[in-house]
Design a protein around this ligand. Structure first.
Ligand code: BV8
Length: 257
């Protein structure tokens, strides 16, 4: 895999090395090697449900216990997972001035790998909030309880119930967060890493980066609806491709003087 794309990788490494601003958005493919089920791949099903059937306010209103069974199962699964090589490379890249890491993932593995200032586009499975935004409760708080003894978990402030502090389908992205992510599309290189590019508005960020003149590429196991738009599609396991890219970036430049 790496051999046939080595010239592409070298080109990308040269661009990354020379870039003033680099932005990456990650999806579930980055965490697949850690054992976290992706949304639309083989692991995308839970019992007979698709993620999109459960990750909605309507599903939660209809059956909060069922939705919490899914989230509690995911939290238990993720708690047993470790960051993989892709998370570690991206964590190192967040130390570089001008680098912005946006993730659609809610698993927290980028942060556990040490990444700084991760823009969590869809929130975190480890944060919760009162379903009713009760008077005594903060807007969101961290809760690492695994597994929950009772589902749905009660709100400690009002005795109602809590919900995962994630963005469900049909819910809007926090406008301030969205503005920071949109601003980060003004960059020299924009990477879409391990995402099927089907969920909007996250998938629209690469289109915006392209419109603003960034060199745009995806690193994925398969082509996506964004592939034809991008300057380059690197097909391969992201936990291998990013490691090789990182190695090349750290070599002296190969670009002609
Ligand atoms: C919004 C948090 C405005 C929850 C997630 C009708 C009504 C309402 C809205 C819509 C509608 N029609 C369309 C919409 C918009 C909707 C949308 O985009 N729907 C899609 C499905 C058509 N979006 C929204 O609703 C958004 N809000 O639009 O607000 C609005 C409001 C009201 C009405 C209209 C508009 C909010 C969307 C947020 C949903 N929440 N997550 C939770 O996680 O529990 S999305 C969920 O999908 C995850 O966050 C996930 O990250 C994200 C994207 O999926 P991917 O990460 O790409 O994962 P996937 O499995 O799909 O792909 C993985 C890829 O990796 C694959 O390509 C695979 O090949 C590859 N891969 C696997 N292993 C590897 C690999 N690649 C490399 N290496 C490997 N090892």
């Amino acid at each position: 895999m790496l051999v046939e794309t080595s010239d592409h990788l070298t080109r990308v490494a040269d661009r990354l090395r020379a870039a003033r601003a680099v932005t990456a958005i990650t999806g579930a493919g980055v965490s697949a090697a850690s054992g976290v089920p992706t949304f639309r791949g083989d692991g995308g099903l839970w019992r007979s449900f698709r993620a999109a059937d459960l990750a909605t306010p309507e599903a939660f209103a209809r059956d909060p216990a069922l939705v919490w069974e899914w989230y509690d199962w995911r939290r238990q699964t993720i708690a047993r997972c470790e960051p993989n090589a892709a998370h570690l490379v991206l964590s190192r890249w967040t130390e570089r001035p001008g680098f912005t890491l946006i993730t659609q993932n809610v698993d927290g593995l980028h942060e556990r790998a040490g990444a700084r200032d991760v823009l969590r586009f869809h929130g975190s499975i480890w944060n919760v909030r009162c379903r009713d935004a009760c008077h005594g409760s903060p807007p969101s708080w961290r809760d690492d309880t695994v597994p929950y003894p009772v589902l749905p978990p009660p709100c400690p402030y009002c005795g109602g119930i809590i919900r995962p502090d994630v963005v469900w389908f049909g819910e809007v992205i926090d406008p301030r967060l969205f503005a920071r992510c949109a601003a980060a599309t003004a960059c020299d290189v924009f990477l879409a890493v391990g995402t099927s590019a089907v969920v909007f508005p996250a998938a629209g960020l690469v289109h915006e980066a392209k419109r603003r003149g960034a060199f745009t590429l995806e690193i994925n196991l398969e082509r996506t609806p964004a592939s034809d738009l991008l300057d380059l599609s690197l097909l391969g396991p992201v936990e291998e491709v990013l490691v090789e890219l990182d190695r090349l970036v750290r070599l002296p430049s190969t670009a002609c003087p």
